[in-house]
Design a protein around this ligand. Sequence first.
Ligand code: MG
Ligand code: FE
Length: 187
Amino acid sequence: MAGTGVWAVRSLTVAKPPVEEAMVAPEERLMQWLRDAHAMEEQAERMLSGTAQRLRAWPEIRLRLVKHLEETRRQSIAIQGCIERRGGRVSIVKDLFARTTGLAQALSAHLVGDEVVKGLLAVYTFEQMEIASYTILRVAAERVGDSETMAVCDSIIAEERAMAAWAQEQLEPTTRQYLSQAPSWAA
Ligand code: MG
Ligand code: FE
């Protein structure tokens, strides 16, 4: 059985990706990732506006979500600017919308009763995905010498990190507050 395991690991190591995938030029890959980022921000916009609408009973959390919603719209426009500056078109982005992960929808689909807790979970998780995505995108921009896209990534990463840190800070106090509002059958 151990031999099978070693063989499996070796075959994975030796396996090569299909040639057409491996040979994409860095410029083309950057354009693909810019379009992915733009689609991700459109999903973020839906997730944030949907969650904010549900959290009318939590005005302070709602306020921060709305603030990030505005940041998200500016991020989307900035990424659109990078795409167009590099000769791409944003109309194509709309067609590629289905390529995105669907994470936002998956995360916000279960907001029942405990929406403030699940909403923070969704926001925190989505921000981590955004931080990772822009970290990757920045390397692709660096690879082709696109310093303007690098600067856009830096500025967006700062906003996503701030939002992720805020969401993380809310997790414990908000969960405690949520649980203290629920009817207690133990008392
Ligand atoms: Mg964003
Ligand atoms: Fe974000």
